[in-house]
Structure formats: C-alpha cells, structure tokens
Ligand binder design. Structure first.
Ligand code: NI
Length: 136
C-alpha cells in the first residue's frame, strides 16, 4: 500500500461538531478512519450507479410452509446460476428460515435478482447489501 497522504479539510464548526458526535456514537477512534469509510461508501454507490460488476448479499427471512415459496426460491437461484455464488440456509425455528445468497454480477442484474427473491410471497423480510471489491 502506498504511503498515506495527509490533507487539510475546512469545515463549518457546527458541522464538524455533529460529525464528531456521530463518530463517537459509531465508535470511531479518529476522523481519518471515518472519512475513509464515508469515501468508500460513496465509491461503492458510484460503482453501482455506473452498472459495473458488483458483489452483494441478499438476506431473506421466510416461513418455509408458505406454498411454493421454496420452489420459487430455488428456481430463481438456478435461473441465475452465473451470478449466485453461494447460499447459506439456517433453520431459525419450526417455521422460519434465514437464507443469505451471495451474488456477483452487473449491478442491474444483481438488483433484479434481489427484487425477485424479496418479492416472493411469504418472504417476511429481505435486504440486499451491496458492496464491491473495487476499492483498492
Ligand atoms: Ni429452514
């Protein structure tokens, strides 16, 4: 890794105070680390908007007794075998399952897989966490 570059940032004192409060709440030990995370977050968002190759996890919670739900889940994942890298399934209790699907591909395709899975009838909660390996 190249040597870090130091640079100065001018900021309104009120804004800086709010930033420092936020850092404390989030447990950051210094402003630099928090700024780096914010910049990475913006870069991830930019790569998604640019439609580049991205990676993500789709987390689903569902009642496995819902008719046709598990068939649909399997079907959609097989339809996207090029993008679906891995699936983790946990039996939460007698009725509920948690499934995490790791996906990689064009941002639009990954988003559409997430929308399809989360939209299945019987899925109680679903979320796509988008990230990228392209942060240097
Ligand atoms: Ni299960």
């Amino acid at each position: 890794m190249p040597e870090a570059i130091r640079f100065g940032v001018s900021m309104d004192p009120d804004l800086l105070e709010k930033f420092d409060t936020l850092l404390e709440q989030k447990g950051y030990s210094n402003r630099s680390e928090a700024l780096r995370d914010l910049i990475r977050e913006a870069l991830v968002e930019d790569q998604w908007e640019a439609g580049q190759e991205v990676v993500g996890t789709i987390t689903l919670v569902y009642d496995h007794h819902t008719r046709e739900l598990t068939d649909q889940l399997t079907e959609i994942q097989h339809d996207h075998d090029a993008e679906v890298l891995s699936t983790l399934h946990v039996h939460l209790d007698r009725h509920h399952c948690l499934e995490t699907v790791v996906v990689k591909g064009d941002a639009a395709v990954v988003q559409s897989i997430a929308d399809k899975l989360i939209g299945i009838r019987g899925v109680l909660h679903g979320r796509l966490v988008a990230t990228t390996s392209g942060l240097g």
